[in-house]
Design a binder for this molecule. Structure first.
Ligand code: FEO
Length: 399
């Protein structure tokens, strides 16, 4: 495939040699409507170094980009910042092809890579704060455990002032241009927020510590080069600020309603509650499963004050689509939310009870008893839904 793909030069000595995945729409359960990129970077130091690799099916694209700069066998060193397969899937094949003098990963990275590829001595452990001497350049590695895997670390290339940040500060976006300033800020904010909500939200307390550590290092950062999406050069302070705000949780006067419906009754209830919230002055996002994706619900919750979940009862249970979304959201551990449940039923009507039990396990503060409607809501039922929306808006605005 040599000659098919070209590297993109970032600085005098650093090239992007990653791959663009235009067509992926499901990234382990996260809807990637705009595709993604697997970023890898080639550092043309005395010791030629590859930072991360790409998802296995894209190895030829990466090798072709590398070959546009240098014969790949001249790579002396590989740094694996993160062991997840979208960055490590091609690592064993690259090692086999290139035969580098050294491959570095964190202590947990070494264990994770060995457990993935069942090969001992695949990589050498680099300590937290450890330096890699590239002759005329130096890389320092800093562990960022659980951001978002135990093995995660970031690497700082001193001479070019580049922070290679693996998943952190990334987004799922198939790139046509490499730098952040080629994209509108609303798009960067939407995709970075979606990435944060779906990947990093459960670890927000560690994000704050990592931000504190990075800013406390006193290093100058000209570029932040994540493993997905654009390289930050113009909006570095902005993205650091957004991460701080998301990690601290600074909710707006906003409620998220997500639900599904069998014959339209739970849908009518959702729309009436939404109308009440709007009347009460609260911004509201209404997401019906089947039309909305669980990862979009997570994104909307990032800056919300309330979550309202609706499900009809089916065979004494909640609707499967609602169970799916609720399980996913529960795992993301959203904090500080007020909640409420609602749903229609035919005879036994357990869905609201089940929803409230899960919301309780999520430590969501329930705003009164859930709303249940038998079969089809009357005008009075819908007025009651609307009134509960108004009440909830008042409660949120007092928070
Ligand atoms: Fe992009 Fe956690 O892998």
């Amino acid at each position: 495939m040599n000659g098919a793909f070209k590297a993109v030069q970032l600085t005098d000595t650093v090239y992007w040699v990653g791959a663009v995945d235009w067509n992926i729409r499901n990234f382990h359960g996260y809807a990637t409507d705009r595709g993604t990129t697997y970023n890898a970077f080639l550092v043309m130091a005395d010791t030629i170094t590859l930072i991360d690799t790409v998802k296995e099916p894209f190895i030829d694209e990466m090798m072709s980009r590398i070959a546009s700069v240098i014969e790949p066998s001249k790579i002396d060193c590989i740094v694996s910042n993160h062991s997840e397969m979208d960055h490590s899937g091609s690592l064993p094949t690259v090692i086999e092809a290139v035969k580098p003098g050294a491959v570095f990963a964190s202590a947990m990275g070494q264990k994770a890579l060995e457990a993935h590829f069942h090969t001992a001595d695949l990589v050498t452990e680099i300590a937290d704060g450890g330096e890699i001497d590239l002759g005329n350049m130096t890389i320092t590695c800093y562990e960022t455990r659980m951001l978002h895997w135990p093995d995660s670390m970031v690497s700082y290339l001193h001479e070019e002032k580049i922070l290679f940040s693996q998943d952190a500060f990334g987004m799922h976006l198939a790139l046509h241009e490499l730098f952040d300033d080629s994209y509108p800020l609303w798009l960067l904010e939407h995709e970075a927020a979606k990435y944060y909500a779906n990947i990093l939200m459960p670890f927000s307390h560690l994000v704050l510590k990592a931000l504190e550590r990075i800013t406390g290092l006193g290093i100058e950062i000209d570029l932040i080069a994540p493993d997905h999406g654009p390289v930050w050069r113009k909006n570095i302070e902005w993205i650091l600020g957004r991460y701080g705000a998301w990690a601290r949780r600074e909710p707006k006067n906003k409620a998220v309603i997500f639900y599904d419906t069998m014959w339209g009754s739970t849908d009518l209830m959702a729309r009436s509650i939404a109308d009440g919230l709007r009347e009460g002055g609260t911004e509201v996002a209404v997401l019906k499963l089947g039309s909305a994706h669980r990862s979009d619900i997570a994104t909307e919750l990032l800056d919300a004050s309330a979550v309202i979940v609706g499900s009809p009862t089916i065979n004494n249970q909640i609707f499967p689509t609602v169970a799916d979304a609720l399980t996913y959201i529960k795992g993301l551990k959203p904090k500080g939310l007020v909640g409420m449940a609602f749903g229609s039923y035919g005879w036994s009507g357990e869905s609201v009870k089940h929803l409230e039990a899960t919301l309780g396990e999520m430590k969501i503060d329930l705003a009164g008893e859930g709303i249940r409607v038998k079969y089809v809501p009357t005008a009075g039922d819908l007025a009651a839904c609307r009134a509960r929306g108004i009440e909830l808006a008042a409660r949120i605005s007092r928070k």
